[in-house]
Design a protein around this ligand. Structure first.
Ligand code: M6R
Length: 625
């Protein structure tokens, strides 16, 4: 949550193309998916009388526009600057609480992503020492702590002051500091919250995420936990908390800037939905050999180790959790291993039974979700093997894990997961078959048949995506419906959960997903004439039971929308409206069946005039517990 960015290019002549201000504003626009309650930036260096210049705005998704209208008195050729887009944790989203925060001298500015857990104790101390704190945030104490240490040991500079300040701090942080007394430098530090850096001949950059500084450099580095970096034009030096020099880890990035732009679509969500066939195809690429065997070169867990596994846990949040739930069916069916699936924030606090024979699969698009990250860390410390499914190369989770299986969906900017969700299910299905292959629980002939069927998934996803106009026409019928129930059975159940999540997330309509068989145990009391029930009724071994559950709600007056396989008129008879999808092997069906539900949510959100890329109260990457 929250996005930070920084650039230093020194006080030489401005090339006018990549001015500090341009880089900050464009970077913040690309980071907005991490939170958009408020935005702010600070710059130092020539001139604005060579002090620290700062502007902040708290106007929701319009904050960044507001900022750019208030730069008349900014330094004309700033040497360095930092910016922040906020998802509020401590303190309301107003200007006082917006970052950057300043110290008492007004010469230091600081941006932060994370939570300072002992901020109350620290702020009491600072106030007693005469500091004046202006905000309700946990962050502001950092600015004043650094100020205090700088005053006590000016010869150690800002880096030394940041190091001393951090020795007092508990919690998670990615932070960046500029100071008017050293206007060519940015000092950054990290613990848990992500921070990447980049350098070119005349500048150095930092950001919470790669897309924010894509196009500025090809040389990226990861700042590891408990490291402090000093960025100067063309150079980055990193030390540990004791001040010992450390080589920063280079980061290979093969995304280009186009991949992070809208390419003519109205919004990122629709662009990303249309990129789903490619996301699935790329995730399959090179992993299925022509002879029908699977190779996962990047999974550094041996077949022998896979054979020794007795239990699998999947830990994840949100849409990634739903992908994990789909995988449970596949792994249990093909690899004959018991699978438990856990919401990551619950897993680590319930003393799970995990040992060396347990495989933990962490599923996370960003690879930075703090709950999932801490859950896999906990499992690893208990001796489990950890495999991560992530869309971001070298993400924190990828680096923590014993093995990684990357989804290859490219950067996803829309807050609602779409293409990364499909890529996750694909990767998990591949993993399920790989486990089955390693454990000998599936005959080579059956495996070959399944892998051939997998090869046709991108085309089928393409077909499902191409029906967006038909789905929109169905959505128009339900534009005024206030609430929706989503039902599914077997693998249709997680699809129903995901359909409900998409709808509530971007259209703010009440939507609940249930296993259809559970209906009679309570949820059916919600059904009355006019209730909209969306059912996943593609052909699975439990199709008949699903149809019986649909009959139960229909007879109580519900309006029925069913996801059905092309040409399945028998299913269509039970529906008021049908969302058609191509048929596939039933354990692969979620990859296709979820597409019309994404489109349904998208259409309803657009019909309600909502911003699908930046839904209220949400952030793309959740880096606070
Ligand atoms: O980056 P992650 O996959 O770990 O994110 C997990 C959830 O925050 C995420 O899936 C969230 O639920 C999406 N906004 C749903 O569309």
């Amino acid at each position: 949550m929250c996005g930070i960015i920084g650039i230093t290019k020194g006080s030489g002549p401005d090339d006018g193309v990549q001015s500090v201000l341009d880089v900050l504003v464009e970077g913040l626009a690309r980071l907005e998916y991490r939170g958009y309650d408020s935005a702010g930036l600070a710059m130092v260096g020539p001139t604005a009388a060579d002090g620290m210049w700062r502007v902040r705005a708290a106007n929701g998704t319009r904050s960044l526009d507001d900022l750019t209208k208030r730069t008349d008195d900014a330094p004309t050729h700033p040497s360095a600057g930092i910016g922040h887009t906020r998802w509020a944790t401590h303190g309301r989203p107003n200007e006082d609480n917006a970052h950057p925060h300043a110290d008492c001298t007004g010469r230091l500015a600081l941006v932060h992503n994370g939570i300072i857990e002992n901020h109350i104790e620290l702020s009491d101390e600072l106030i007693a020492d005469g500091h004046h704190l202006e905000s309700e945030t946990d962050t502001e104490v950092l600015a004043h702590l650094i100020e205090a240490h700088l005053a006590a040991a000016p010869a150690e500079g800002v880096v030394g002051a940041v190091r001393s300040a951090l020795s007092r701090v508990r919690g998670a942080f990615a932070l960046a500091v500029v100071h008017a007394d050293d206007p060519d430098a940015i000092v950054a530090a990290r613990r848990v919250s992500p921070l990447i850096m980049g350098v070119n001949e005349g500048a150095a950059f930092l950001a919470s995420d790669i897309p924010a500084i894509l196009g500025l450099t090809h040389d990226f580095f990861i700042l590891d936990d408990d490291r402090i970096a000093e960025l100067r034009p063309g150079a980055i030096s990193v030390t540990d908390l004791e001040g010992n020099p450390v080589e920063p880890e280079p980061l290979h990035v093969d995304w280009d800037l186009d991949a992070a732009r809208k390419d003519g679509y109205d919004d990122f969500m629709s662009k990303e939905v249309h990129e789903q066939p490619k996301a699935v195809a790329d995730t399959l690429l090179d992993r299925v050999l022509p002879d029908g065997t699977l190779v996962l070169d990047e999974v550094h867990i041996t077949n022998e180790e896979f054979r020794s596994i007795t239990k699998v846990f999947v830990v994840a949040c949100g849409s990634s959790y739903h992908a994990g739930l789909m995988a449970k069916y596949a792994i249990e069916h093909w690899a004959r291993l018991p699978v438990e699936i856990d919401i990551a924030s619950e897993f680590r606090y319930r003393n799970p039974v995990v040992d060396e024979q347990t495989l933990i699969i962490g599923v996370s698009q960003s690879g930075e979700t703090v709950d999932t990250f801490q859950a896999i860390r906990e499992a690893k410390s208990l001796g489990a093997k950890v495999l991560v499914i992530s869309n971001v190369v070298d993400s924190s989770m990828a680096r923590e894990a014993d093995a990684v299986l990357y989804t290859r969906a490219g950067p996803e900017i829309g807050v609602a997961s779409t293409k990364t969700h499909l890529a996750q299910i694909t990767a998990l299905e591949i993993l399920a078959l790989y486990l089955a292959q390693a454990r000998g629980t599936l005959s080579p002939a059956d495996a070959r048949g399944l892998l051939t069927a997998m090869g046709s998934l991108p085309d089928k996803v393409e077909t499902a995506v191409s029906r967006s106009v038909d789905v929109h026409a169905v959505a128009e019928h339900y534009k005024d419906s206030p609430s929706f129930i989503f039902l599914g059975r077997h693998v249709g159940y997680p699809v129903a959960l995901e359909g409900a999540l998409k709808l509530k997330e971007i259209s703010y309509l009440r939507a609940e997903g249930f296993p259809a068989g559970e209906l009679k145990h309570g949820p059916i009391a919600l059904v009355e004439p006019g209730t909209v029930v969306v059912g996943v009724a593609t052909r699975t071994p439990v199709w008949e039971k699903m149809i019986a559950n649909i009959a139960e709600v229909k007879s109580r007056g519900a309006s029925i929308v069913l996801v059905a396989n092309d040409g399945d008129e028998e299913t269509a008879r039970h529906a008021d409206h049908v969302l058609w999808v191509p048929a596939t092997e039933h354990l692969f069906a979620p990859i296709i069946d979820v597409v019309p539900l994404q489109l349904f949510a998208y259409s309803l959100a657009r019909l309600h005039g909502l911003d699908v890329d930046r839904p209220r109260n949400l952030a793309k990457t959740v880096t606070v517990e």
